[in-house]
Write a protein that binds this ligand. Structure first.
Ligand code: NAD
Length: 491
């Protein structure tokens, strides 16, 4: 145990056991460099190492991690992970995605700041934090091939998922003295899923009147981010957009090698660099800054804020001194081109010093962000109002399919629409529309009789007897009287 004085308070720091994994490719080198700096700075951590990644995958474990390693991660709760290589093909599941979801690490925080003029960038005043939802969206990995021609990936967005990440973004902005929270979605197209994310953003934004808030459609938002990142501050977004745009943001700030990320859950947390294992990079040439930044976030998270601050400032001092790894080195501008290990030594030699030109960090006021437990609202009134039968049909003519589907109708429950890849092709489709073998055929009550599960069973039985190949069904519900399904495009 050690202590330090913060204002008039005496703060005690306990030795903290953390799990580490050195990973693959450049992983072991950047982890060794990072741990050396942490030790020299006086971090009160004890490490317990586990093996994950390529060798574990290739030994036949498709998850890339053993049960014993899970036990260690869950016991220690804090995990510092170097990047790993996921072998191509062979059904290997991404360990990163699995870890985030198994451990409920719902918030992924990725700060991206330019270090102008010491790191070359077109965006000298960029200072943003991307807060990415980490458990949902297309990363549910629920995919199916449904017909010869069509595959499907399920995009899942939940209210608890949105509420947790959006609230985290506002709390983060408040704690770190940020001014604005921006939301990126594509809710002009995905009105149910991204629409929910945007709606929750608006609801929670209203609870933080001291912070500015805004919403951008992700395509133009991404363009603005790449062009004028200085107009953004904290940006919160669903998983896939956050994954892509945080790499863009790190790269335009100077190098993907500079950015770290924190994956935060209620019980556990994982810290890492945002980049991968860069297996083609030559030895002792990688920039360890991304993992080091992840480790600084970890020290903040476990309350060792004085060590976090000391390391961060020594790192800034090293960068402004022109001691640069290959990714940042510019002849005539940088002072020295160093390898991974020498960069770590340079940071160590700067411990206790502040940057003179770059702004020093001050973590004195940092505390852990604790969100209130998610409170479930009262169940809504859910009313079945129809069904979409998805049909595999190789006839490829919508009018012909409609004629066959008319034969399976039940009195009062009729075919109202057929779409192909979302666009309405019956009634009154365009002959120019390209059709695949995958059709969504909507049946609804046409005389006011309530729709029931029995109707769906009868429609299915009728389809079977008329050789109509139903590949899946999707129930159409209203929630508290509001439609919970999309219209056909052009409907
Ligand atoms: P990558 O991020 O590993 O490397 C892309 C390029 O970025 C490298 O060639 C290099 O030029 C540069 N780069 C990356 N890290 C750097 C560093 N520290 N210093 C300097 N330059 C750096 O992306 P990739 O080549 O697409 O992926 C390689 C492997 O990493 C794949 O198996 C992938 O699945 C895995 N991956 C792992 C993680 C993770 O473990 N968190 C994340 C992304 C990718």
């Amino acid at each position: 145990m050690r202590f330090y004085i913060c204002g008039t308070n005496l703060i005690f720091i306990l030795m903290r056991k953390i799990t580490i994994a050195k990973g693959d490719g450049i992983g072991p080198e950047i982890m060794d460099a990072t741990l050396k700096i942490l030790k020299a700075a006086g971090a009160q951590i004890e490490t317990e190492e586990i093996q994950v990644g390529e060798q574990v995958y290739l030994s036949g474990n498709t998850a890339g991690i053993s049960k014993e390693s899970w036990d260690i991660i869950r016991r220690n709760k804090i995990f510092l992970k170097a990047p790993i290589t996921t072998p191509q093909g062979g059904g290997y599941k991404s360990l990163n995605v699995t870890t985030r979801k198994f451990l409920g690490l719902y918030a992924n925080i990725r700060p991206c700041m330019s270090l102008h003029p010491f790191v070359t960038t077109k965006h000298p005043v960029m200072d943003i934090v991307i807060i990415r939802e980490n458990e949902e969206d297309l990363y549910a990995g629920i995919e199916h091939q449904q017909t010869d021609e069509v595959t499907q990936c399920l995009k899942l967005i939940s209210r608890p998922g949105c509420e947790k990440i959006v609230r985290y973004a506002f709390e983060y902005a408040k704690q770190y003295g940020r001014k604005k929270v921006t939301c990126f979605t594509k809710d002009n197209i995905m009105k149910q899923t991204d629409g929910l994310f945007h709606k929750v953003f608006d609801e929670i934004a209203a609870e933080y009147p001291e912070l500015e808030n805004e919403h951008w459609i992700v395509d133009i938002g991404a363009a603005k981010l790449a062009d004028t990142p200085e107009i953004f501050d904290v940006i919160v977004m669903p998983n896939l957009y956050g994954d892509i745009l945080s790499d863009v943001a790190a790269q335009i700030a100077g190098s993907v090698g500079l950015a770290g990320s924190a994956n935060i859950g209620e019980e556990c947390a994982m810290f890492e660099a945002i980049h991968g294992s860069a297996p083609r990079m030559s030895r002792d040439s990688a920039n360890p800054s991304g993992l080091l930044e992840g480790a600084v976030m970890m020290l903040n998270h476990i309350g060792q804020i004085d060590v976090a601050e000391k390391i961060h400032n020594a790192w800034l001092k090293t960068i402004e001194s022109g001691i640069h790894t290959k990714d940042l080195f510019i002849e005539g501008k940088s002072m020295k081109n160093v390898g991974t290990a020498e960069f770590a030594e340079a940071v160590i030699s700067n411990l206790g010093r502040l940057p003179e030109k770059l702004k020093a960090v001050n973590y004195e006021k940092n505390t852990i962000i604790n969100l209130p437990k998610y409170k479930r609202a009262a169940p809504m009134i859910k009313t079945l109002v129809g069904v979409d039968l998805f049909v595999d049909d190789k006839g490829l003519i919508a009018d012909d399919l409609a004629e066959r589907l008319k034969k399976i109708e039940i009195n009062g429950f009729e075919l109202t629409m057929i779409t192909n890849r979302g666009i309405k092709v019956w009634p009154e489709g365009f002959q120019e529309t390209f059709c695949t073998d995958h059709w969504r055929c909507r049946f609804k009550s046409t005389n006011g009789t309530p729709f029931t599960s029995q109707v769906i069973l009868e429609l299915m039985a009728n389809a079977l007897s008329h050789n109509i190949d139903v590949i899946k069904t999707e129930n159409l519900y209203q929630f508290n009287g509001k439609d919970g399904y999309s219209l056909g495009q052009g409907q």
